[in-house]
Design a protein around this ligand. Structure first.
Ligand code: SF4
Length: 81
């Protein structure tokens, strides 16, 4: 979610819980299940039975990870700070 001043106010509980796994195996974040774990499971719109839906945020992060513009370690560290 976006807070009043445009800042993200999500807690990212799932991503924090999986942070060690993502840091141990960064390539996992480039797999379909890894992307869902990284992006979707903390999303307020996440539904266990709708894995085929991919929103713009999902596709943008997937693209940035594939192009190595951003690393999963950078994402995990930003979330865990
Ligand atoms: S595809 Fe987008 S809207 Fe759907 S759960 Fe993932 S991040 Fe949320």
């Amino acid at each position: 979610m976006i807070g009043e001043r445009g800042k993200c106010d999500m807690e990212f509980f799932h991503l924090k819980h999986k942070s060690a796994e993502f840091l141990r195996n960064p390539e996992y974040a480039k797999t379909r299940e890894g992307l869902i774990d990284l992006i979707c499971r903390d999303c307020e719109f996440w539904k266990e039975d709708e894995h085929d839906y991919q929103c713009g945020a999902y596709k943008l992060l997937q693209f940035l990870l594939e192009k190595d513009v951003i690393s999963v370690a950078e994402i995990v560290h930003a979330v865990c700070e």
